[in-house]
Design a protein around this ligand. Structure first.
Ligand code: CTP
Ligand code: MG
Length: 230
């Protein structure tokens, strides 16, 4: 049985400001999406990759991946995405081959995740955890706020918080069930599994697995790449 990675890459990247869809912007001259696909393909366990492209951009993404010469040994599929991240992931899950039993879901917007992080997530799922997320201790103090008044309503104990990343890894049946039953809006896949009452395990994340969200993140990503190439 094989391990697959679904890479949602269909977002516009509104917070990054005007320009091409985020996944198609470049880092070190290479599209962010290509970095993300390579990061997954580098993990020996990952044999199937499903890229969820911007809704009108599937052909362009296919051409881009072919042009960047990805490993022949990896089965790479491209499908058009949807309106929300959740829908995009669901569209990606729909084209997984039958012989896949472990699924990673990895944001294209985390192009620099180290292979060790990917492998540790796969190992934890293969070791029996139905859902696994990489996470880091929260750096900032986090407050809940009343959005109407701007008044703070609480300060959760920081030592109990983790900032979670991707790839998030799942037993395929568990993830499929979550996507088939949970309709509430969520920002990651693990929270859907949590709603089923299935335990989600946190393993150590990595600071280089940060998400490219705002313009400053591009500066950081370029610096990390330059350091790797030095
Ligand atoms: N994503 C997706 N389909 C969507 C929305 C998001 O596949 N309809 C993907 C993005 O391409 C990204 C990942 O989900 O790789 C994480 O989302 P985020 O960082 O929020 O990216 P965007 O939604 O593109 O950015 P923004 O929220 O700033 O518009
Ligand atoms: Mg978004």
């Amino acid at each position: 049985l094989r391990t697959a990675a679904v890479i949602p890459a269909a977002g516009r990247g509104v917070r990054l400001g005007p320009g091409a869809p985020k996944a198609l912007r470049t880092l070190g001259g290479v599209p962010i999406l290509v970095h993300a696909v390579r990061a997954m393909a580098r993990a020996r366990a990952v044999q199937v990759i499903v890229v969820v492209a911007p809704p009108e951009g599937a052909a362009e993404v296919r051409a881009l991946l072919d042009a960047h010469g990805l490993p022949e040994s990896t089965d790479i599929r491209v499908v058009p995405g949807g309106e929300s991240r959740q829908e995009s992931v669901r569209l990606g899950l729909a084209v997984l081959p039958d012989d896949v039993d472990v699924v990673l879901v990895h944001d294209a917007a985390r192009p620099l995740v180290p292979v060790e992080t990917v492998e540790s997530v796969v190992e934890a799922v293969r070791g029996g955890a139905p859902a696994v997320v990489p996470g880091l201790p929260a750096a900032d103090t986090v407050k809940s706020v009343d959005p109407g008044t701007g008044i703070v309503t609480g300060t959760p104990d920081r030592s109990l918080l983790r900032a979670v990343q991707t790839p998030q890894g799942f037993d395929r049946t568990t993830l499929a069930k979550a996507h088939a039953t949970v309709t509430r809006d969520v920002t990651d896949d693990a929270s859907m599994v949590e709603q089923l009452g299935v335990p989600v395990l946190v393993v150590p994340g990595h600071e280089e697995a940060f998400k490219v969200t705002r313009p400053l993140d591009l500066v950081l990503a370029e610096a990390v790449l330059a350091r790797r190439r030095a």
